[in-house]
Design a protein around this ligand. Structure first.
Ligand SMILES: Nc1nc2c(ncn2[C@@H]2O[C@H](COP(=O)(O)OP(=O)(O)OP(=O)(O)O)[C@@H](O)[C@H]2O)c(=O)[nH]1
Ligand SMILES: [Mg+2]
Length: 310
């Protein structure tokens, strides 16, 4: 159940019990007795303990948060997720705490980062070999602190064809498709290298792919036509280091991917564009020994803040 609704229901029950007790005490002969104030104080204390217990219980049970990353082959997804999970654990803020969870994620992030720091790119993700990056996160402070179990699936870019009705993969939908439909947040990735190349054919092909996927997700998950798409959508322009500045990268994106941007702006209730570089300026096209990521954490933090479940 939606956590807000649950909390509202808990509060409502507490208020109702208190009001009923009060009315009952007023109407009955108990009102004039010396026990009235004792009964009312007793019920208030019990309700206070009940509400705080429920709130503590809710806070201790983390909310699952699943994000879906979508992009074409070689768009930069695996490099991005590896750097994101590494950066988020050292991200310093009073209100955000983020820890990769499970030895699989910790080992994967470490080995991928070691690869990049050696000046090498990562091997491509093979079809049907998804890896799930997992973490525990807490956002906010004090009484309102929220705990999450975050999961992002990293699939091979080729799976994007499962959204394309003219492709064979359309007929053979895998877990990728189900994962997309059950996600709490969407990260659409644009390959900055394709945008930078100015190759209109490649740009149009990638734009059409992403539009197809977005429209499919919209129709499959939306209740009624015309309603805004409530799953938050972050559009990530990866490899922004190829551009002279973020401003130039975004200007080029606005110009070349205008159909996709217009559609997302129009249909999504929560939509934001992020210009991201997972490794920073490269060294002859290879990652430098000291990678300098820019803007990698912002999309995830923004998506968590827009999470519909809380
Ligand atoms: N300039 C630059 N290039 C990058 C960056 N990240 C990735 N690349 C390039 O993009 C290539 C693909 O990166 P991956 O992260 O493996 O791409 P992917 O989207 O996971 O690809 P698949 O697994 O095939 O779907 C790398 O080999 C690099 O050449 C970046 O931050 N900056
Ligand atoms: Mg990959």
């Amino acid at each position: 159940m939606n956590r807000r609704i649950l909390e509202f229901a808990v509060m409502l029950i507490a208020v109702l019990v208190s009001v009923i007790t009060l009315i009952y005490s007023m109407e009955s002969s108990v009102l004039n007795s010396k026990y009235t104030s004792i009964i009312i104080s007793g019920v208030s204390v019990v309700m206070g303990v009940y509400v705080s217990f429920i709130f503590k219980f809710l806070n201790r049970n983390p909310t699952p948060f699943r994000a879906f990353l979508i992009g074409q082959p070689r768009a930069g997804k695996t490099v991005y997720l590896s750097v994101l999970f590494d950066e988020l654990q050292t991200y310093f803020s009073k209100k955000v705490d983020f820890q990769p969870s499970g030895s699989e994620t910790v080992e994967k992030v470490n080995s991928n980062l070691t690869y990049l720091r050696k000046g090498l790119w990562l091997p491509r993700t093979e079809v049907n070999t998804a890896f799930y990056f997992r973490a525990r996160a807490s956002i906010g402070g004090g009484f309102l602190k929220q705990h999450y179990t975050v999961e992002v699936g990293d699939y091979a870019g080729e799976h994007i064809d499962e959204f394309n009705s003219s492709s064979e993969m359309w007929l053979h939908k895998t877990d990728y498709f189900k994962y997309a439909l059950s996600s709490d947040a969407l990260m659409f990735c644009i390959d900055g290298e394709v945008l930078y190349s100015n190759d209109i054919e490649k740009i149009e092909e990638s734009q059409s792919m992403l539009i197809g996927a977005y429209q499919m997700l919209l129709t499959e998950t939306q209740n009624k036509a015309g309603e805004g798409f409530s799953t938050p959508v972050a559009l990530l322009l990866l490899k922004s280091d190829l551009f002279a500045s973020d401003k130039k990268a975004i200007a080029s994106l606005n110009e070349k991917y205008d159909r996709l941007l217009n559609l997302m702006q129009k249909k999504s209730k929560y939509f934001e564009i992020f210009s991201v570089s997972s490794v920073g300026i490269t060294n002859n096209g290879m990652p430098s020994a000291e990678i300098k990521p820019t803007n990698v954490c912002s999309p995830m933090l923004w998506l968590l803040s827009k999470n519909k479940r809380y």
